[in-house]
Design a protein around this ligand. Sequence first.
Ligand code: BGC
Length: 349
Amino acid sequence: MKAITVEPKKTGTAKLVDIPEPGLHEGSVLVQAIAVGVCGTDVEIVEGKYGWPPPGQQTLVLGHESLGRVIDPGPSSGLKRGDLVVGIVRRPDPVPCPNCAVGEWDMCRNGLYTERGIKEIHGFMSEYWRIEPEYAIKIDPTLGILGVLLEPSSVVAKALEQVSLIGRRSFWEPKTALITGAGPVGLLAALFAKLYGLDVHVLDRIVGGLKADLVRELGGTYHSGSVKDLDFEPDTILECTGVGQVISESVKKIGANGIVCLAGIGHGGATREGSVADVAASAVLRNNVIVGSVNANKRHWYRASQFLARADRKWLAKLITRIERPENFAHALQRKPDDIKVVIQFSEV
Ligand code: BGC
């Protein structure tokens, strides 16, 4: 079967190659791939900056944002042939640490977790993949190809859950949410925050266009300036850019008692927005919480699937701005200014 593989930590090694079909040891459910979403993490892996192959191997099958059709449900999954499923990305560490032991692999303490298509287990960019029944999430079939948005949605569901849990440390009546970055995670966060009943603002460096239209269609407000120039103080900021200046401005802009949830992963860069101590002082004096959030456990995948099932299909469809064939994977991995979510399609829905 065809698969897109990479040699992690080496640039220019991504290839479409023939590999053997997956063995039973990879899971009792056999799935035919329909589509796989591309995200910044995939680009980093292809650029040689991130990723780990399975132990004893040199290459890793890429892809963690999956959607497939069950071909063989195996003996005990409760799934049926033809069901649409998405694979959970992370697996608990083998020790296991206390969090993995209770199913919170997203909060793994010792870093020995594995992640499909990222860390030590093959991903989903292959014509067929196998999965353990307990890591297969069945999706509403009316979502069709939009089911490929479930993985980024699970990341959003976790981040929003963290904010609402932390909010309960004091009287908490959030009204306004700011989302920085109008990529797929930011826009899905805007959608879910709207479903939570919040007044939603989204900020991105792109002026106008599809991103702005999508935010307005949700009933939110789109901003294209900088966080420091906003004329309101959000109760919650979900930071999805990973850009230093946006982060420090966010910590200074958040309202008293507000929560800044960092969901974007960036690197380096200098900030002109004062020292770490200044940013910290602003957080101390206003009882702010700055929390990082990564990955998702089964509870978040479940919530995300509920949110997606309720969402307007036409709006969701506009998030997928480009569909590429596996042969054009290199093109799919190149970011273009108008891209929101790029998807590699392996077979028809
Ligand atoms: C994925 C997460 C993963 C993280 C770190 C993200 O792109 O969506 O599932 O935990 O990368 O590897």
